[in-house]
Design a protein around this ligand. Structure first.
Ligand SMILES: [Zn+2]
Length: 382
């Protein structure tokens, strides 16, 4: 028992490292009433036995069962994720820690292999692992990544880059030059150009390689041809709670679906991350965390509607781990009010849910390792 506590505390301390430069000033908000509820979609499940042409893998960073339950109450008892009929649980621990960080968990989800904490798509020896982004490219599919955090942050990095150390932000960002991903959208311009210590301008370099580059969401909406690199903020995109994000996350994702699918017989693989749920849970801010989950859920609704219309798309939603050791203590479904307790400022070792909808979704059920969930998806890519 004692040993496990030491692991949990050390993990909490380490987990904060990645989020220090965006730690919100106000900490510890434990009750919240969402001002409005977003309407949820209704989608029909396609026939069983289809092999998906397109795959959208959506990750809510830090979004465990407790966080989803809380967001469900805040949205007056409805979420788009509820429309995904195939549900299971996955275990998030990594090779050297019971409580994972986003790098090790992302590596398991992206590559199908567990690794040590802090490692970005490498094995414990530091050797590079292929992600499902790489598999998709080898299979002739188009690929895309859409996040609301810095593109060098752990989760997107595990899909697009390789580095034994998640803190090598400049090296990881430079990896986007050779990742071959067709549609790249997120934040982190400080690491692409504005505050690099090596003087390189990765944003200009990727433009010189033939990417159409965008620095504003409005301009991105006018994009007509791939490949696209859109770096839309110095670090993270504006928070969902502030209202400044508006429909940015939804628009970035819808544009990805549109551009990746157009005149494309081979299909695509797209990873979408609700990245900042985790940051606000580290700060024990239920108000901001709930609004991040609700924004992510609106994107899930858009993706489900798109997938229903397409009929050949698999959508999988999961989390890399849960954060904040959060418990939903009380709430009012009609009012959208929640009251929670946070027992730490780090991650925890509780299983997280996964949800599947669309072509081939019936294959997803049971309690699995995070790496196994990855293999269940990549079996459809190869
Ligand atoms: Zn975290």
């Amino acid at each position: 028992m004692k040993k496990i506590w030491i692991v949990v505390l050390a993990a909490a301390a380490t987990a904060m490292v990645g989020c220090v430069d965006r730690a919100p000033e106000q900490k510890g908000v434990t009750s919240y009433t969402a001002p409005t509820a977003h309407p949820t979609v209704e989608v029909a499940q396609p026939a069983k036995g289809l092999r998906p042409k397109n795959i959208v893998f959506m990750i809510g960073d830090g979004m465990g069962l407790e966080q989803l339950s809380t967001a469900w109450v805040a949205n007056r008892g409805a979420l788009n994720i509820d429309q995904m009929p195939y549900v299971g649980l996955q275990r998030t621990y990594c090779l050297d820690w019971l409580v994972t960080d986003s790098a090790a968990a992302g590596t398991a989800l992206a590559t199908g292999q567990k690794t040590n904490k802090g490692m970005v798509a490498t094995n414990p020896q530091g050797e590079e692992l292929s992600s499902m982004m790489d598999l998709a490219q080898r299979a002739g599919k188009r690929t895309g990544v859409v996040v609301v955090c810095r593109l060098n942050d752990a989760t997107p990095a595990t899909f697009c880059c390789n580095n034994p150390d998640r803190d090598e932000a400049e090296e990881i960002t430079a990896d986007y030059l050779t990742c071959g991903v067709d549609y790249i959208a997120g934040g982190g311009m400080n690491y692409w150009r504005d505050e690099r210590t090596d003087g390189r301008d990765i944003f200009a370099e990727i433009g010189a390689k033939g990417y159409n580059t965008y620095e504003s969401a409005e301009k991105l909406m006018e994009a007509e041809s791939l490949p696209v690199a859109a770096v839309l903020a110095p670090l993270e995109l504006p928070s969902a709670l502030s209202g400044e994000r508006g429909d940015m996350f939804r628009n970035m994702t819808t544009k990805a679906l549109d551009m990746l699918s157009r005149d494309n017989d081979e299909g695509f693989f797209l990873m979408v991350e609700g990245s900042c749920i985790d940051d606000w849970l580290h700060a024990n801010r239920v108000d901001a965390a709930v609004e991040e989950i609700l924004d992510f859920d609106r994107v899930v609704g858009d993706v489900l509607e798109w997938a229903e219309k397409d009929g050949q798309t698999l959508v999988v939603v999961t989390a890399d781990h849960a954060t904040g050791a959060m418990t939903l203590l009380w709430g009012d479904i009609e009012e959208g009010t929640v009251e929670v307790n946070f027992a730490n400022e780090g991650h925890n070792g509780i299983m997280v849910p996964y949800f599947a909808y669309g072509a081939g979704a019936e294959k997803f059920d049971g309690t699995v390792e995070n790496a196994q969930l990855s293999k269940m998806i990549s079996d459809y890519i190869k």
